[in-house]
Write a protein that binds this ligand. Structure first.
Ligand SMILES: Nc1ncnc2[nH]cnc12
Ligand SMILES: [Zn+2]
Length: 337
């Protein structure tokens, strides 16, 4: 029997692939536009929501960067982060490792530290309410490499406030290899490493992310399925893939949820996790993605949901004590059908 939506929402999980700017709901776009006196090319919330029809990653990114213009102050980032953490908590998330696109804000004249501080404020609020987490400084691969390096250096004195570095934005034509020196410097600063690869780009980008950037997790990585040798490596080395089912459908990476390879990957022993990517744009938060999978795959058993939740904890950068707490929460969920 399919697991009920309420039970899915009660499953404790870690969210490992979430762009904070992708949690900017249309209502909040209008609220912040009014507060900050920013003009919008949309007449209403409904008008904006209607623009959420994407044909590719780029078609989404165009709107995603446009909407960000309303984020202006440290307080805006605190509010954005707090609202995400509240919604995520309602959907079972108890640990969140959150990407932020510093360059998308510094390019508009904001100070990277205001963005960082606002998000840290939100994480402190979240910690008081039972959700742990950290921040991932994500470099925009379609902007110049020296700019990524400058951004990293500008926050080097705040490395202790960051968990990891990542790589995102338009993928095809921007191979991970380009960013090798940036990631080498991040490792010198003691930061963990993740990278988007194999979303629209080829499996070769996943190899590069692993071998040249030292990625410990691959964000998306869905196109790894085209390369059996890569799949074998991911399995053998237990390299996590942070999958985002709703995102893949919305951005036309796959044609429907029922076509998603997540269960095949799970069956093959790949450490896959479920995440929401940009939930305000793609139709739902983490448990919504899980519930979508249970609807698309009636044979999906509770034991598979539990596996996905445990994978998310094991693939996280949480400390061993926090991981044990998160597993204990999953134990509790599993023992109370
Ligand atoms: N799905 C995605 N892929 C690449 N960059 C992104 N930035 C926000 N969402 C993204
Ligand atoms: Zn992403």
């Amino acid at each position: 029997m399919a697991t009920s939506t309420a039970r899915v929402a009660a499953l404790p999980t870690a969210e490992l692939h979430l762009h904070i700017e992708g949690t900017l709901e249309p209502e909040m776009v209008f609220e912040l536009a009014a507060r900050n006196n920013v003009g919008l090319p949309f007449q209403s919330v409904e008008d904006l929501r209607e623009a959420y029809q994407f044909t590719s990653l780029q078609s989404f990114l165009d709107l995603y960067y446009e909407c960000m213009a309303v984020l202006q102050t440290r307080d805006d980032f605190r509010t954005l982060g707090e609202r995400y953490l509240e919604r995520a908590y309602e959907q079972g998330v108890r640990h969140a490792e959150i990407f932020f696109d510093a360059q998308a804000h510094t390019a508009r004249g904001l100070a990277a530290e205001d963005v960082l501080d606002g998000l840290l404020d939100a994480l402190h609020t979240g910690a008081r309410k039972g959700i742990s987490g950290g921040l991932i400084l994500s470099f925009l691969r379609d902007r110049p490499v020296p700019e990524a390096l400058e951004t990293l250096e500008s926050l080097a004195h705040r490395a202790g406030d960051l968990l990891a570095v990542g790589l995102d934005s338009a993928e095809v034509g921007y191979p991970p290899e380009l960013f090798t020196p940036v990631f080498a410097r991040a490792k010198e600063l003691g930061l963990r490493v993740v990278a988007h690869a194999g979303e629209e780009g080829p499996a070769a980008y996943v190899w590069e992310a692993l071998d040249l950037l030292g990625a410990e997790r691959i964000d998306h990585g869905i196109r790894s399925i085209e390369d059996p040798e890569l799949i074998e490596r991911l399995r053998r080395e237990r390299i996590p893939l942070t999958l985002c089912p709703f995102s893949n459908v919305k951005l036309a990476v796959i044609s429907s949820l029922a076509e998603h390879p997540i269960l095949d990957l799970l069956d093959q022993g790949i450490m896959v996790t479920v995440n929401s990517d940009d939930p305000a744009y793609f139709g739902g938060y983490l448990a919504d993605n899980m519930a979508g999978l249970t609807a698309a795959f009636p044979s999906l058993e509770e034991s598979a949901l539990e596996r996905l939740a445990r994978n998310s904890v094991d693939a996280s950068f949480a400390g061993s004590e926090r991981k044990a707490e998160l597993h204990a929460l999953i134990d509790e969920w599993a023992s109370r059908p």
